[in-house]
Design a protein around this ligand. Structure first.
Ligand code: NAP
Ligand code: F7E
Length: 347
């Protein structure tokens, strides 16, 4: 039985890839850091904690010894590093801890693997945020990087380190440059889940309105379940390499909001411009969305659109879910969270 170690197992991708690996017959060692309040809602949602081949262990990316001891204990065949301080906005508030976790943390892993079990295949969760102020449209593996946040800079360090360990020590160290991918298990602080959760709360009369930041930013948004299949394929490739995973289409935050209102069957009217722009319900005339400057970032990433052709030709991977379908999936799951009272604590 193959053993996979998955860091960031309490997060969106960590939970989904664990589910995928278990379905393929792996033993999965999922690692989580100690927190005062348990954050296992995604693991419970996917029923992972009951699986006899799923083991939960404590590990912090900033602590080399916690990584080394798990490598020695389990000797994993594959190591998926999905842990990070992953919220771009928070990286401006806490740039140093972001660089210690998201950047240096990867150095801790790579050194541990090199010293302890160098034949472990390693996956690094790189990001389209490394393209930042995009130097080319669409962005591909060869596009020059220009990160626009402490998060993007930290991820770029980790990305090059992964390439460097591959080239210096002949390790199977691969990097997936993933564009935004979303799901019902996305954290509530990210704009997609904030929108789906708020729209369903509006429909249930639990809130009267909500606020957003920059509606003009464009993202290449895919479905997380598609993307973890791609992550898995990256480690099954014959050679370690770098791959872009993206849908190849881009939409603005405004587009995403409109598609979600459609999915929730709410007709809306837009009025005003810029910071004074507002959204009203057609049925009642009630204001439901306004703009708040506090959600703008010190530096924005305006336009991301990926070119996934290398992943298509070498891995036979492509995104299958349209943005309309993704909005539908997320809105339906949001209603389900209420109606079946499953995971009500995440609302
Ligand atoms: P996420 O939901 O924010 O999950 C991040 C995980 O990292 C959580 O389990 C978190 O644990 C853990 N973590 C944070 N600090 C840690 C530390 N010091 N030690 C150990 N674990 C720590 O992120 P995601 O959306 O699943 O993304 C997975 C990975 O892909 C991340 O590295 C992210 O940066 C990257 N990525 C994501 C996207 C995307 O669109 N989702 C795109 C490109 C790249 P807690 O629960 O304790 O906070
Ligand atoms: O912002 C704008 C915001 O926080 C998307 C992470 O997974 O993907 C994610 O990073 C856009 C930005 O994700 C609000 O300014 C407007 O332009 O959902 P987000 P992100 O920054 O793209 C990449 C690929 C990662 O690697 C990251 O880990 O939406 N926006 N109004 C807002 N964003 C938020 N969060 N909240 C708002 O109210």
């Amino acid at each position: 039985m193959k053993i996979a170690l998955v860091t960031g197992v309490t997060g969106q991708d960590g939970a989904y890839i664990s589910e995928l690996l278990l379905s393929k017959g792996y033993k999965v060692v999922g690692t989580a850091r100690r927190t005062s309040t348990s954050s296992y809602w995604r693991l419970k949602y996917l029923d992972l904690l009951e699986d006899k081949n799923f083991i939960l262990e404590e590990m912090d990316l900033t602590d080399l010894s916690s990584i080394s001891s798990l490598l020695k204990k389990y000797k994993p065949d594959e190591f998926y590093n999905l842990a990070a301080q992953s919220f771009v906005a928070s990286s401006f508030i806490s740039p140093l801890s972001t660089s210690q976790i998201t950047g240096m943390g990867v150095n801790n892993i790579l050194e541990s693997i090199r010293i302890t079990k160098p034949d472990t295949k390693f996956y690094q969760a790189s990001t389209s945020e490394m393209f930042g102020k995009a130097q080319e449209i669409p962005q591909r593996e060869t596009t020059p990087f220009y990160p626009r946040s402490p998060y993007g800079v930290s991820k770029l360090y980790a990305h090059w380190l992964t390439v460097n360990y591959r080239e210096s020590y002949d390790m199977f160290a691969s990097s997936g440059i993933l564009f935004n991918h979303e799901s019902p298990l996305r954290g509530l602080e990210f704009v997609t889940r904030k929108i789906t959760s708020s729209i369903v709360k509006l429909k249930k009369n639990l809130i009267s309105d909500f606020q957003l930041g920059n509606l003009e930013a464009k993202r290449d948004w895919g479905y997380a379940k598609d993307f973890v299949e791609g992550i898995y394929k990256i480690l099954q490739n014959d050679e370690p390499d770098t791959f872009v995973l993206a849908t190849g289409k881009t939409f603005s935050v405004r587009d995403f909001l409109n598609l979600c209102f459609d999915a929730a069957e709410l007709e809306v009217i837009w009025e005003g411009k810029g910071i004074n722009e507002k959204v009203f319900l057609k049925s009642s005339g009630k204001e439901v969305v306004s703009i708040n400057k506090k959600y703008f970032r010190p530096a924005e990433v305006d336009l991301l659109i990926g070119d996934p052709s290398k992943a298509k030709s070498k891995l036979n991977w492509e995104a299958s879910c349209s943005l309309e379908e993704l909005c539908q999936i997320m809105i339906e799951a949001e209603f389900d969270f209420y109606e079946n009272k499953k995971n009500i604590f995440i609302l």
